[in-house]
Design a protein around this ligand. Structure first.
Ligand code: SF4
Length: 296
């Protein structure tokens, strides 16, 4: 099955509303050093197409209620360069549109701009991940630049499509001093909502970060591996430090009149929006979202 309930393991730290998830591609070529999906998907940085995804989606979509929330994607980017030729994500969107679904897109790519015509006609919102304006060449070597991503947000906002940013991950001493600048740039690009999360390394992402930023890794390894906590194969910063980061982002958001939520940090009390994932920004159509829950 390609269309699956999101978070089937029901992580205690996940505050997402009930939703489905689909990844048109397996793997991702952006090569972000902090990527966690590479720890559980083999050859993750080698992109593969999914066989028969369009035919399967056409069948699977009939099994869920109309107006369900579908997130695209949670473990890869729906707009890799090959999407320009393949148009697999676009074809998926067309099916979702025909079946009246709500769509939440998460991307770093400006290829999405090609699909503005569809997104405008759908019940959609887009969140773009921006983690740094300075270190992107090392940190996200093959992804579109943050300036391109800000342009995406600006164009979408001008077309009336609701947008948010994912400030995810915040890495101590690496991008933390950029938090305010990033949020101000996002605000100028018409963003309404901010989702923040701290870096939660697994062994492979830690190795990549340590190789690219050895001085910083040396300074923060104690925070993770001596003072932090291990949860489901990932290391977390000490709770007080994670809380400090979330308060910092939330305070800036308040000043900038942006709504805020944290992702998998365990501090939902700081959230100032009805949903943590930005799905509240999707124009509402009916109340049938509650029907999704019967399938979980
Ligand atoms: S864009 Fe997302 S899925 Fe792709 S490499 Fe970066 S973090 Fe991983």
């Amino acid at each position: 099955m390609y269309l699956r309930p999101f978070d089937p393991w029901k992580s205690k730290l996940c505050t997402c509303p009930p939703k489905y998830s689909i990844n048109p591609y397996t793997g991702c070529v952006h090569g972000c050093l902090y990527c966690y999906a590479s720890s559980y998907i083999k050859n993750f940085f080698h992109l593969r197409e999914k066989s028969n995804i369009i035919e399967c989606l056409k069948r699977e979509i009939k099994k869920i209620p109309p107006n369900s929330l579908i997130s695209l994607c949670n473990t890869s980017d729906p707009y890799p360069p090959v999407e320009i030729i393949k148009k697999t994500t676009r074809k998926c969107l067309e099916i979702l549109k025909e079946n009246n679904m709500k769509v939440l897109i998460i991307t770093k790519s400006d290829i999405l701009l090609r699909d503005i015509d569809l997104l405008k006609e759908m019940h959609s919102c887009v969140t773009v991940t921006i983690t740094t304006l300075k270190h992107y060449k090392k940190l996200e070597p093959n992804a579109p630049t943050p300036i391109q991503r800000l342009r995406v947000l600006d164009s979408l906002s001008k077309e009336g499509i609701s947008t948010g940013i994912r400030l995810d991950p915040i890495i101590p001493m690496l991008n933390e001093e950029e938090i305010e600048t990033i949020l101000m740039a996002a605000k100028e690009s018409g963003v309404k909502h901010v989702i923040a999360s701290t870096f939660k390394p697994r062994w492979d992402s830690w190795r990549r970060i340590s190789l690219a930023f050895p001085d910083i890794a040396l300074k923060i390894e104690k925070l993770y591996f001596k003072e932090g906590t291990k949860l489901a194969n990932a290391w977390y910063l000490p709770e007080n430090l994670r809380k400090e980061f979330m308060i910092r982002v939330s305070d800036i958001c308040r000043k900038l009149s942006l709504t805020f939520s944290s992702c998998r940090e365990g501090f939902p009390e700081f959230n100032s929006s009805p949903s943590c994932d930005g799905s509240h920004l999707i124009p509402d159509k009916s109340s049938s979202q509650e029907q999704v829950s019967i399938l979980f």
